[in-house]
Design a protein around this ligand. Structure first.
Ligand code: 13P
Ligand code: SF4
Length: 344
């Protein structure tokens, strides 16, 4: 069955030729990345979308990534997401309407200038909101630069939605003592107290990366004393601190690519990437950091190869399915937030 599906995808791609380009995030299943023209982290994919000439960009990833591709590509290019169910739960933890209300409360507690920075893992309306307030977008590979950009222009940063990436970035910049978590819906969490700090972290997180614990690192080092550990900065602070290397999914790929043969690397991120690295670099001993626990991203997994076959075969028939189109009123401002990131 898998072979048949592969043949159908290939036949559709042959038919469509240069009309389509397939972009695949590092967390996509093997059956998706094997057809991708470009595989990468979310920053690299946004650049690949910007560089694409094809009429159709088929996005192997989650909704916020496809939205960003729609914002960045030309108006006559169409972005297609094979499943409309592929929504990152973290992106849903900071909805623009909520943030708007919370922002009014936060800014009423200080005369100083707060710059909002949103992680790429957010929807276009929140990106637009950030641009409007003088802020920008960042990914895990450039969060520290986005913070520097913000501190050159304002006094404080509100970072959304990932508190762990925000905290890890604050540490990288030596600002850990000037950082506060803030949950506007928790009566115990006080906006007036939060704004006394330079970095205010929204209460959001990735439910895949949050599951990694220091005990996973201890266990792996006990079992494999020569093991090195690389983790994603969406992991908790103490996990990042205990690891040897921290970085975006592309940094994780490069770390394994540059490893000496027979080195052991335990990977603290979504399991599909660990499996790809083990296949792509058989000379390196690649292990999942979590042992048997299943660190699988439900949102990424929605891009089923059957859906990929469907959207491609429909395109061959001239039918566009699952088009991702950001509302024009949000598009322009969200583009400003993304352009600010691409410039830094
Ligand atoms: P990267 O930007 O590192 O690819 O991360 C995206 C993501 O969703 C991690 O969970
Ligand atoms: Fe979202 Fe986490 Fe999945 Fe990344 S791994 S897409 S942050 S849920």
């Amino acid at each position: 069955e898998e072979n048949q599906r592969r043949q159908r995808i290939k036949a559709a791609l042959d038919e469509l030729g240069e009309e389509v380009v397939i972009l695949g995030h590092n967390y996509q299943r093997r059956e998706i990345v094997e057809h991708a023209d470009f595989i990468g982290d979310s920053y690299q994919l946004s650049q690949a979308a910007a560089d694409a000439d094809a009429d159709y960009v088929i996005f192997g990833g989650v909704t916020f990534m496809a939205e960003s591709a729609d914002i960045i590509t030309d108006d006559d290019q169409t972005v297609i997401l094979p499943s409309m169910e592929a929504s990152c739960p973290m992106a849903g933890m900071a909805e623009a309407l909520q943030v708007d209300t919370a922002w009014a409360e936060l800014t009423s507690k200080t005369d100083e200038n707060i710059i909002p920075i949103t992680y790429m893992n957010s929807y276009a309306d929140l990106k637009a909101f950030c641009a409007e307030q003088g802020g920008l977008v960042c990914t895990s590979s450039n969060a520290h630069r986005a913070f520097e950009y913000a501190f050159e222009r304002g006094d404080k940063v509100l970072f959304l939605p990932d508190k762990h990436l925000g905290e890890n970035t604050a540490h990288r910049l030596g600002m850990e003592d000037e950082t506060a978590e803030w949950d506007p819906w928790d009566p115990e969490s006080d906006a007036a107290e939060a704004v006394e700090n330079d970095i205010i972290l929204w209460e959001g997180y990735c439910q895949v990366h949050e599951r990694f614990r220091v005990s996973h690192i201890e266990d792996i080092r006990e079992e494999h004393p020569d093991a090195n550990v690389v983790v994603h900065p969406e992991c908790r602070r103490e996990v990042v601190e205990a690891a040897d290397v921290v970085g975006s999914t592309s940094t994780i790929c490069e770390t394994v690519e540059n490893a000496d043969p027979d080195e052991t690397w335990a990977i603290g991120t979504e399991i599909h990437l660990t499996n790809h690295l083990s296949r792509w670099h058989p000379e390196v001993n690649v292990l999942p950091l979590c042992g048997d626990a299943c660190m699988d991203c439900n949102a990424m997994r929605q891009i089923d190869p059957n859906y990929m076959t469907w959207v491609l075969e429909e395109l061959v028939e001239g039918r566009e399915r699952n088009v991702i189109e950001v509302a024009p009123e949000e598009k322009e401002l969200a583009q400003v937030a993304l352009d600010r990131m691409l410039e830094i």
